[in-house]
Design a protein around this ligand. Structure first.
Ligand SMILES: N[C@@H](CCC(=O)N[C@@H](CS)C(=O)NCC(=O)O)C(=O)O
Length: 323
């Protein structure tokens, strides 16, 4: 685990000294947008027109943020238009790697050993964390974006004419509602599990834990009244929540000490996570080996023995009652 400083790799754990033991996630720095016609998006510069075969996605199958982008690539029928490379689940002293002996697909574009080499190819003196997902432009030889919430919005819209898929997971009329629920879910659940697991003081942990379960209770309650988070149709907000829920009992409950209860103990959430898992194509994007191996083996500060637990044994293909 580490970061780049002026283009040099430094092996270093997250610094929580300046935030009273609380984990603060660094904001993604590379924020351009692919658009239908290549015009500039809400941030960054223009010049990234949607084209088949032009873009490459780097992901980890363990990472909940990268997982969102894989789900959108699948649901929006972009697999034949956007190629992908998968890093190894082991993120150790060199950060994310392309070691094929450890479960990576290899880097099919450049044959790099480590993901940080891609970041310095994009900018030789880059300073910042080297995170997945990364969306790469083969034409201009640069990173388009390393922010998953924006990559999924590009996938939702920009390629419709190319893929012929017009499903819309962020309809305009629902945008405010989606953004409001995303905020609750991002702060307290998606990032909340990390704030619990990476806290280095009892107080910081307790605060993250309390906010996390308060938010899960709220979402459980919403799902008692509505089929999906913003109503009768599935939206981006559901997929953003799903990638944390599917990891909850296998990783966050134990490794990140989010253990007031399991997700399985929530009647609505446990059925809802099954419905989403069973959505056509989605199970193929879930890899429990990469998920468990990554967290338990890479975070040696939390789990120094690197033992990966055998359980839990949960069947996500069981029938659900969400109909
Ligand atoms: N804002 C980013 C966050 C991505 C992120 O933090 N990914 C994690 C993997 S789960 C990562 O690569 N961490 C490496 C690090 O922080 O050094 C996004 O949503 O795309």
């Amino acid at each position: 685990m580490g970061l780049l400083v002026n283009g040099q790799w430094k092996d270093q754990w997250y610094d929580t000294k300046d935030s009273s033991g609380s984990f603060k996630r660094e904001a993604a720095q590379l924020r351009n947008w692919i658009t239908r016609d290549g015009s500039a998006g809400p941030s960054g510069r223009g010049g990234f027109k949607a084209e088949s075969g032009r873009y490459h996605l780097y992901v980890s199958l363990a990472c909940p943020w990268a997982h969102r982008t894989l789900i959108f690539r699948k649901l929006k029928k972009l697999e034949e238009h956007i190629s992908v490379s998968v890093v190894s689940p082991d993120m150790l002293e060199h950060g994310w790697s392309f070691n094929t002996d450890e479960g990576s697909s290899g880097d099919s574009l450049f044959g790099y050993q480590f993901l940080h080499q891609l970041y310095t190819r994009n900018k030789a003196d880059y300073t910042g964390r080297v995170t997945v997902p990364v969306l790469w432009d083969k034409l201009q030889n640069c990173i388009v974006s390393n922010e998953s919430s924006e990559i999924i919005r590009m996938f939702n819209q920009a390629f419709n004419e190319i893929s012929g898929d017009t499903q819309n997971f962020s309809p305009e009329e629902k945008q405010t509602e989606i953004d409001t629920i995303n905020e609750l879910v991002y702060e307290n659940i998606n990032n909340g599990v990390y704030r619990s697991g990476f806290a280095t003081t009892q107080e910081a942990y307790k605060e993250a834990y309390t906010n996390l379960f308060d938010a899960l209770d709220r979402v459980e309650n919403i799902l008692g009244q509505k089929r999906y988070l913003v109503g009768e149709k599935i939206t981006e907000a559901d997929w953003r929540l799903f990638t944390t829920l599917i990891r909850f009992d296998s990783v966050y409950h134990g490794h990140f000490k989010c253990n007031r209860q399991r997700l399985e103990d929530y009647p609505n959430l446990s059925n809802y996570v099954r419905e989403l898992y069973q959505w056509p194509g989605v199970a193929e994007t879930v890899n429990f080996h990469h998920i468990k191996r990554h967290y338990y083996f890479s975070h040696t500060m939390i789990n120094p023995t690197q033992i990966v637990p055998v359980g839990p044994d949960i069947d996500y293909t069981n029938p659900h009652n969400r109909g």
